[in-house]
Design a protein around this ligand. Structure first.
Ligand code: GLN
Length: 313
């Protein structure tokens, strides 16, 4: 048996072919009505290695709703604004609960467990909003995504944002509940408006893999040379992705894939192989924890074939 590492383009192409044929595709999210319209057969994958080589297959240039993947980038912005003070209003422990759970908030006095469950991400958005009008804060987030992805065409899907605004009763409850504990500074409607809109940013796998490069390369985009965050901060954001990026499926994701990653209910996942590559996959069908079913399987195949799990093998 040869122990040569297989060629990245071949692995990516083979994974996309295998995923196209699989009958098990999970269930597309329906609680945001606009997301229910997406084709469950879609599948895309993009891997960008340290040299900037792009391996892409499937629907790699189709734009989809990034949803909770946006929380990685709002966390990055909020840490830039508030520094370690951010951790006074949001924790960094896995929750073991679904992404939209309210149960821990009462016991923990309105301090969400981590920045990736909805309550935590809403508190993070509130941090970014303070001192700004909602429109300015949203513009700041969108421009950050465009800058990281090196693509000014990235926009917000207003239909998705409006759809979630109409049906986001749980998030409205979470935000009001945190406000009762003094952990939301701005009017709840303003904070939620910014939150729903940044979740509704539309991006492709190619744009997301590009935007995530700084996390794979110690805070720097190796193409542009731009330092986005310090190496220390990139390391910490990756740590929170590993432990909390997939909600109550985070342990399973670490066990099977072995990389820091963040999912969204639009079916996207970004993953980071430190010093090796940034990765984005998309398949709209979700598992019971709200994470892309085939996205996770594709990433598991990728890390196994390339030996990229951070835990070895
Ligand atoms: N906008 C979605 C929500 O708040 C994000 C959830 C997700 O992607 N897990 O419910």
């Amino acid at each position: 048996m040869s122990d040569a590492v297989p060629d990245l383009d071949t692995v990516v192409r083979e994974i996309a072919e295998e995923m196209a044929d699989r009958p098990d595709r999970g269930e597309v999210a329906t609680y945001i009505p606009e997301l229910a319209r997406v084709d469950p057969k879609a599948f895309g994958i993009v891997v960008i290695d340290a040299d900037g080589h792009v391996a892409a297959a499937g629907d790699s240039d189709t734009s989809f709703s990034i949803q909770s993947i946006s929380k990685v980038f709002t966390l990055t912005l909020a840490l830039g604004m508030a520094g370690d003070r951010l951790w006074r209003r949001v924790g960094r422990e896995p929750s073991g609960s679904p992404f939209n759970s309210i149960v821990q908030l009462e016991r923990e006095r309105g301090i969400p467990r981590n920045p990736f469950i909805n309550a935590g991400a809403i508190a993070v958005t509130d941090t970014i909003l303070s001192g700004h009008q909602p429109r300015e804060a949203l513009g700041e987030i969108l421009r950050f995504m465009q800058f990281l992805a090196q693509d000014p065409t990235i926009t917000i899907d207003e239909a998705v944002a409006a759809s979630e605004l109409r049906t986001g009763f749980r998030n409205i409850a979470l935000a009001n509940y945190m406000k009762s504990f003094g952990n939301i500074d701005n009017p709840v409607d303003f904070t939620l408006g910014v939150y729903f809109h940044h979740c509704a940013i539309g991006m492709s796998c190619r744009q997301l893999a590009t935007a995530s490069r700084f996390l794979a390369h110690s805070g720097r985009n190796p193409l542009t040379g731009h330092s986005v965050v310090s190496p220390e901060r990139a390391k910490r954001i990756n740590a929170v992705m590993l432990t909390c990026g997939h909600y109550d499926g985070s342990g399973e994701f670490a066990y099977r894939v072995g990389l820091p990653g963040k999912s969204g209910v639009g079916g996207g996942i970004i993953a980071v192989a430190p010093e090796k590559a940034s990765i984005a996959v998309w398949s709209p069908g979700l598992d019971a924890s709200g994470n892309s079913h085939l996205g996770r399987i594709a990433l598991e195949m990728l890390t196994r074939r390339l030996g990229w799990s951070i835990f070895g093998a």
